[in-house]
Write a protein that binds this ligand. Sequence first.
Ligand code: AMP
Length: 113
Amino acid sequence: LSQHCIFCRIVRGEIPSRIVYENESVVAFRDTDPRAPTHVLVVPRVHVGSVGELEDPAVAGHLVLAARRVAEATGIAESGYRLVLNTGADAGQSVHHIHLHVLGGRPMTWPPG
Ligand code: AMP
């Protein structure tokens, strides 16, 4: 499972990524298909497939707090940003390792598409 998971492989350093923040619990790296001037993915080091498989509240907390650090490090904290957790087919989740999108650097529309 985690052996072939692309985000587990990024966490292990087996696939290159542009890391902007990391700590003992999470790694945050640039999305390769950015949808905003700042588009970073925050992933837990442990493999959790999606919000639908999330059990440990500490994982959720680490993701959100790391997103704050990402926003500060990338200069979007003042202007604002959006956090997105696509979950399942209708939301278009394409990688089955939970990832918190941090999007900013431009105004966002609401509701999202
Ligand atoms: P989602 O559609 O919410 O599952 O988001 C998956 C995201 O992962 C997409 O925005 C992809 O562009 C991004 N992505 C896929 N592979 C990589 C990779 N190797 N490095 C960085 N981002 C990736």
